[in-house]
Design a protein around this ligand. Structure first.
Ligand code: NAD
Length: 259
């Protein structure tokens, strides 16, 4: 299927590895020029070069912390005029409900609610002026079904979800389509680190922690960044214009609900 977005441009935040990288790769494969971002220069430059070499698109790489105002300004300076925005950032650390203080919540809100909102506010007006745009926010299955140890994520991402629900319906008449993609467990460094935490807590190996978790997923495996990226690219495509304000769960059936 031709997604109809060849020659467009996209900002994919937090994209040197993992799910963001999967989205950048899938969009580049469709001929979309990419602005990528991450905090560590080496891995980011390497990822940018690999994408240029693989797909022959223009790739601009911006080293910045997307959760800080300075980082956002740096990224936005390189991303003016993009047609597509994919919001992403690292996830908050796990813990117990009684661990978290005000500062922990502020950090989680900055990363997983306020940073995406800042990017939306900065880039959507240009999309509206041009009469076409796509925004995909990477959130989490935790907005549909809470993950007890990830209370900071449950809270901040649900806040973003509420903002997107209303905003997506205000910008759709202007040709700008916004949705959220909700990853269940995917085989990325983040998943490896969460498996490591479970392994340490239960006195088992990381491989055993992974097998235990896979057994709880109807698909009996973790998702891949490539599968995730392909769904993101579809939501950014010409074909997705009637999908507005949705929360699309990619979890191998892990969340046990009817709708
Ligand atoms: P990851 O740790 O594998 O990759 C994160 C990417 O973001 C890397 O490129 C990293 O350099 C970049 N990054 C992190 N913090 C950044 C910041 N402040 N500024 C700029 N770049 C930054 O993570 P992932 O598994 O790809 O997860 C992406 C998001 O999806 C996270 O918010 C995570 O919590 C969420 N999520 C992941 C899963 C999963 O199973 N992998 C499940 C649910 C939710």
């Amino acid at each position: 299927m031709d997604l109809g977005i060849k020659g467009k441009s996209a900002l994919v935040c937090a994209s040197s590895r993992g799910l963001g990288r999967g989205c950048a790769e899938a969009l580049a494969a469709e001929g979309v020029n990419i602005v990528m971002n991450a905090r560590s220069e080496g891995p980011l430059m390497e990822a940018a070069q690999q994408i240029r070499d693989s797909w022959g698109v223009q790739v601009t790489a911006v080293v910045a912390d997307i959760t800080s105002e300075e980082g956002q300004a740096k990224v936005l300076a390189a991303a003016q005029g993009v047609d597509i925005l994919v919001n992403n950032a690292g996830g908050p650390p796990p813990g117990v409900w009684s661990d978290w203080e005000r500062d922990d919540f502020i950090k989680a809100l900055d990363a997983n609610m306020l940073a995406p909102i800042a990017m939306i506010k900065a880039l959507v007006p240009g999309m509206i002026d041009r009469g076409w745009g796509r925004v995909v926010n990477i959130t989490s299955q935790s907005v549909k079904a809470p993950i007890a140890a990830l209370g900071l994520s449950n809270s901040a991402r649900t806040g973003l979800t509420g903002y997107v629900a209303g905003t997506s319906r205000q910008i759709a008449p202007e040709g700008v389509i916004m949705n959220n993609l909700l990853p269940g467990i995917h085989a990325t460094d983040r998943a490896t680190s969460l498996d490591g935490g479970v392994a340490a807590a239960q006195g088992i190996t990381s491989a055993e922690a992974k097998s235990q978790r896979e057994a709880t997923i109807p698909a009996r495996r973790y998702g891949t960044a490539a599968e995730f990226g392909a769904t993101c690219a579809f939501l950014c495509s010409q074909h997705a214009g009637f999908i507005v304000g949705q929360n699309i769960l990619l979890d191998g059936g892990g969340v046990n609900s009817t709708m």
